[in-house]
Write a new protein. Structure first.
Length: 335
């Protein structure tokens, strides 16, 4: 084999766009939702899959950074690059819920290191009429708030909850800015990441619920602060559910059944809305929300299975094509 050829699997994996990190986000949040509803075996299977995908993407991230700096910088300036931060926080949250705090703390530290640099690079490239990926700035920032608040409750560390308030409010500000750069026509014609418009509100509601839950056993907020946080969290969930309904109707009116890697950015908001509904139900003591939350979770699981099937079929076709091209190069080289 000539030095210029590569194994088809390695070549295919190297071509994964930054947005592929949404697969980790989607799988991780489905794992969280399954845990919240007591389906622990399924939840841990999803966690293993999410960890495997995260490790693969982490290797690609580091390899590009060390060996192809120009390519890394080009990709780091796209909104999809922020899936690296969001995926890391989702995994960290699941590890914390699993009761293993050291890995969760390490993932929080890693996400906190990655977040500012990637956010600045991405925001510098924001333009008008952007796809739904523009909301990933909010998602990545709120992911820090979710993980920080979750760890605060798990370790009874008050300063973590207070620190998590900063990305919580900053994430809401980033959402407002992103909304005015979002091309609303994406609701009808987007390839999948338009769902992040709702998913960003879902993770914000989840962050609010985790901040409220962290108060148990610790004095964190006075009555006024608690009331504001309570009201904002409920409002965020309501707005998320409104987006969910609008986007679902749009999918029926303008069907987009063809697989696209950005469909993982559809599964993530579906799973995040379910997790947020379940978490808010517990945090604000509204038990009747648990039923809808469970229904939303199984919708997310069904969507995950559908997108995963499409991803496997797409990968097989791409590997066959890459293998055929490599065979053609080897054949030409022998002549």
């Amino acid at each position: 084999m000539s030095s210029g050829t590569h194994h088809p699997l390695r070549t295919w994996w190297a071509q994964r766009p930054p947005a592929a990190g949404a697969a980790v986000m989607a799988t991780g949040i489905v794992s969280v939702g399954l845990h919240l509803t007591g389906h622990e075996v399924l939840s841990r299977i999803a966690l293993v899959l999410a960890c495997a995908a995260w490790l693969g993407l982490a290797v690609s991230f580091v390899s590009l950074l060390l060996l192809q700096r120009t390519t890394w910088l080009a990709q780091a300036g796209t909104p999809g690059a922020l899936t690296a931060v969001a995926a890391t926080t989702v995994l960290g949250t699941r590890f914390s819920l699993l009761g293993t705090q050291p890995p969760a703390e390490a993932l929080l530290a890693l996400a906190a290191v990655l977040w500012p640099g990637l956010l600045v690079l991405v925001v510098r490239h924001w333009e008008g009429r952007m796809p739904g990926a523009v909301f990933l700035g909010c998602v990545a920032t709120e992911g820090l708030a979710v993980l920080g608040a979750t760890l605060s409750a798990a370790t009874s560390t008050a300063w973590l909850a207070h620190a998590a308030l900063v990305p919580f409010w900053l994430g809401l500000g980033l959402y407002a800015i992103a909304f005015f750069r979002f091309d609303l026509r994406q609701v009808a014609h987007g390839a999948g990441d338009h769902w992040v418009a709702g998913g960003a509100l879902a993770i914000s509601a989840l962050a609010g619920s985790k901040l409220l839950a962290a108060e148990s056993g610790m004095y964190l907020w006075n009555d006024d602060d608690h009331d504001v946080l309570h009201g904002v969290t409920v409002a965020l969930l309501v707005l998320d559910l409104v987006w969910y309904a609008v986007l679902l109707v749009a999918e029926i009116v303008w069907p987009r059944a063809r697989y696209d890697v950005r469909r993982w950015s559809t599964v993530f908001p579906l799973g995040m809305t379910a997790a947020a509904t379940l978490s808010v139900a517990a945090a604000v003591d509204v038990p009747w929300l648990e039923g809808p939350g469970q229904v939303l979770l199984w919708i997310a699981v069904a969507a995950w299975l559908a997108v995963a099937s499409g991803a496997v079929a797409s990968a097989r076709a791409a590997l066959r094509s890459t293998g055929a091209e490599a065979a053609g190069v080897r054949s030409t080289a022998r002549r």
